[in-house]
Write a protein that binds this ligand. Structure first.
Ligand code: HEC
Length: 117
């Protein structure tokens, strides 16, 4: 009985690991988490998101640094996406000033003007 429940717990962990987001591209990540007034990003960046929302957004933004946008250079992309990850981590950790940090790092136009084709 004990082994069965352990196995079940292991299976659950595996399921959660597999549930981690793997987006086909930047575009899908944007549509899933950034787009719109009620997006996951908006909720978290305005302090209206739950702890779970912050964790979910964190998992999402973490997929970005490994992507390569069609436009702009790699160093700039890395800097911007690293900042976005750091800011989301700070919000998840409830650091003071983190919401402001996330709003700056997540500025749509600032990134799109350089990296969106
Ligand atoms: C760190 C950079 C970065 C930030 C910040 C960012 N974006 Fe994007 N976004 C991109 C890139 C790059 C693309 C182009 C992806 C492609 O087409 O390959 C994109 C594409 C999009 C698209 C088009 C998706 C599609 O194909 O239909 C939407 C919508 C979008 N972003 C919304 C937003 C919104 C809203 C925000 C701000 C709340 C935001 N993004 C912030 C980098 C960023």
């Amino acid at each position: 009985m004990k082994t069965t429940s352990l196995k079940f717990a292991g299976l659950l962990c595996l399921t959660f690991a597999l549930a981690a987001p793997a987006f086909a591209d930047i575009s899908s990540m944007m549509k899933e988490s950034m787009k719109g007034e009620t997006s996951l990003y908006k909720k978290v960046a305005t302090g209206k998101g739950s702890d779970d929302d912050a964790q979910k957004l964190l998992a999402y933004v973490k997929t970005l640094p490994a992507e390569s946008p069609e436009k702009g250079d790699a160093a700039s992309w890395k800097e911007k996406t690293d900042k976005l990850v750091k800011a989301t981590e700070d919000v998840a950790a409830k650091k003071p000033g983190a919401l402001q940090e996330l709003q700056t790092a997540g500025n749509c136009k600032a990134c799109h003007s350089v990296h969106k084709g």
